[in-house]
Ligand binder design. Structure first.
Ligand SMILES: Cc1cc2nc3c(=O)[nH]c(=O)nc-3n(C[C@H](O)[C@H](O)[C@H](O)COP(=O)(O)OP(=O)(O)OC[C@H]3O[C@@H](n4cnc5c(N)ncnc54)[C@H](O)[C@@H]3O)c2cc1C
Length: 523
């Protein structure tokens, strides 16, 4: 479906429209709510101030998981919910989610038994949606499968299964699913205020950040799905209200795939700060992370702290024979979790699930926070259930448990890096008929071709070089230097498609260069 921004903006400008739901925020949470609402037949509008998944939702560990860590903490309900959602997502987006085998290496006598029992429970909790049985594996098998693992003191290992995915591609596909369900999603439109009628929320004011044009939009309900930004909307509602969240940063280092040595992922169950560390194969590379660093401030483009980088390299060095060094890091990225801060006084918290929180303010503003990518669908369902009650909307049943997500198609190994496009693959190949030059690779170190840039602009609402290099393709996350080198050609291709000029190209290259700087690890 070709999406025309002008058409979408016309809908915003139409003062006659009263939306059933206005969703603020185009990350996993907002997109999940918007897809749920649109597919129930509600008149749905989603506004994203930057690009879809520009926030935390493009910066995850790339796992669709029940959370082995939560199991160890005894959070059975949370694990069960996430395992169910993991299974549903694998069915609804098989082009983006795959079954991954993880190995926990054991360096003491009790570890094997402990984790085998725990992960057998994990399998049982998944029930029919299990991705495969966990089992104890010998030291020999661990060394065969993870050729770079430290053999000293290694006793054996436990192999278990979880899901692995491409986060921002899923976000883009959810935006497309919402459009297909007659919803409206617009990026680069920022909500600047809340409109009220006798104390009750009746809409939002918003600005198109490309043109500076402002809009007033009417809505029966407004959903605050803005991640670490939730307090900004809460303050638009009640100035001076106490913060609901406090950001905590998690970073990842991206390395060559040879650091793992096989298709298996490595899970280190207990780091020196008591967390888990993953090394996960992803798009022919290895993603290593993460950290948990409380911060006082939040931004859309967080940057890894030196001590976080050192922590990950130090921990990896304990477990890998060929330890990664700074020079091996192809990209480093940071994301922010919204951790709970003390409650606001005039909001009542409804703990629908231990994985996320729904808060209904006295004005009717609905805030959804917490959770994880894996549970985005359930969060969307709970949010829309709440909106039906708060906005006195007609009661309609949720259908997202079995709703195929845009691109839904069984994976095809022969498709190579294009497999993430799922059912769009053929159309992408057909597009090359228009210009054979679009088959050209954009960089010798990455598989991406020019046609993907054209596709991202025409079909996937990409507006900037960064949209293409960070979230439609994952070049910036996979190899930041290569992405910087790709930028001029991407700017040239986009400028023709978007009817921009040389000034735009230059500005785009400069602004992308500044962002990409934060993904480079200097020696
Ligand atoms: C380091 C790390 C690793 C993680 N790994 C995993 C994992 O492997 N698996 C998993 O399941 N979960 C994982 N998570 C959790 C998961 O990534 C998050 O739960 C999820 O991405 C949160 O999505 P969100 O939509 O709530 O927030 P965000 O993705 O941050 O989206 C909020 C959006 O709101 C927009 N916005 C803000 N203010 C406005 C405004 N005024 N107007 C319009 N738009 C606005 C922002 O631009 C942003 O795009 C991880 C989290 C972190 C931090």
């Amino acid at each position: 479906m070709q999406v025309r921004r002008e058409e979408q903006l016309k809908q915003l400008a139409d003062g006659q429209i009263i939306w059933d739901l206005i969703v603020v925020g185009g990350g996993a949470t907002g997109l999940g709510a918007a897809v749920d609402a649109a597919s129930r037949g509600f008149k749905t509008l989603l506004l994203e101030q930057a690009d879809f998944a520009k926030g935390t939702s493009s910066r995850s560990t790339k796992l669709v998981h029940g959370g082995v860590r939560y199991l160890a903490q005894g959070n059975i309900g949370l694990v069960r919910e996430a395992l169910r959602e993991r299974g549903l997502l694998l069915k609804n987006a098989p082009h983006l989610v795959r079954n991954e085998s993880f190995i926990i290496p054991n360096y003491n006598w009790w570890g094997g038994a402990f984790y085998t029992i725990g992960l057998t429970l994990y399998d049982l909790l998944a029930g029919k949606l299990s991705l495969g049985r966990s089992r104890y594996i010998s030291r020999k098998e661990v060394l065969r499968r993870l050729s770079n693992i430290n053999p000293e003191g290694l006793q054996g290992g436990v192999l278990y299964h979880d899901g692995q995915f491409d986060d921002s591609r899923l976000a883009v596909n959810l935006a497309q699913t919402c459009l297909e369900q007659q919803g409206h999603v617009i990026n680069y439109v920022k909500v600047t205020g809340l409109i009220k009628d006798r104390g009750q929320i009746s809409g939002v004011t918003a600005v198109d950040t490309e043109t500076g044009i402002s809009y007033s939009v009417n809505g029966r309900t407004v959903i605050n799905a803005t991640g670490v930004f939730v307090d900004e909307l809460l303050r638009m509602d009640v100035p001076g209200s106490k913060p609901l969240v406090r950001p905590s940063q998690g970073i990842h280092l991206v390395l060559d795939k040879s650091f793992l040595g096989s298709g298996d992922a490595l899970m280190i169950p207990r780091t020196e700060d008591g967390r888990v560390l993953f090394a996960v194969p992803w798009h022919d590379k290895t993603v290593l992370g993460t950290t948990d660093t409380p911060l006082d401030e939040y931004t859309l483009e967080p940057v890894a702290l030196e001590e976080e980088v050192q922590f990950i390299l130090r921990t990896a060095a304990k477990y890998l024979v060929r330890a990664p060094e700074r020079g091996d890091v192809l990209s480093v990225y940071a994301g922010l979790r919204p951790l709970a801060a003390p409650q606001t006084e005039n909001a009542k918290t409804k703990e629908i699930s231990r994985s996320h929180k729904l808060i209904v303010s006295a004005s009717g503003l609905i805030t959804i926070t917490g959770g994880k990518w894996t549970t985005y669908r359930q969060m969307g369902e709970d949010t829309v259930d709440q909106a039906m009650s708060t906005g006195k909307l007609t009661i309609r049943n949720c259908i997202t448990k079995t709703l195929p997500i845009h691109g839904h198609q069984a994976p095809d190994a022969a498709a190579g890096h294009l497999s993430v496009y799922g059912s769009d693959r053929d159309a992408l190949r057909e597009l090359i008929q228009e210009n054979a030059g679009w088959q050209k690779r954009l960089h010798p170190q990455l598989d991406y071709t020019a046609v993907e840039v054209i596709w991202a602009v025409r079909q996937e609402m990409a507006r900037t070089i960064e949209d293409v290099l960070a979230r439609r393709t994952r070049a910036l996350f996979l190899n930041a230097r290569a992405a910087i080198e790709m930028a001029p050609e991407v700017a040239r291709l986009m400028s023709v498609e978007l009817k921009k000029d040389a000034v735009w190209e230059k500005e785009q290259i400069v602004s992308f260069g500044k962002i990409a700087e934060g993904y480079l690890l200097r020696n």
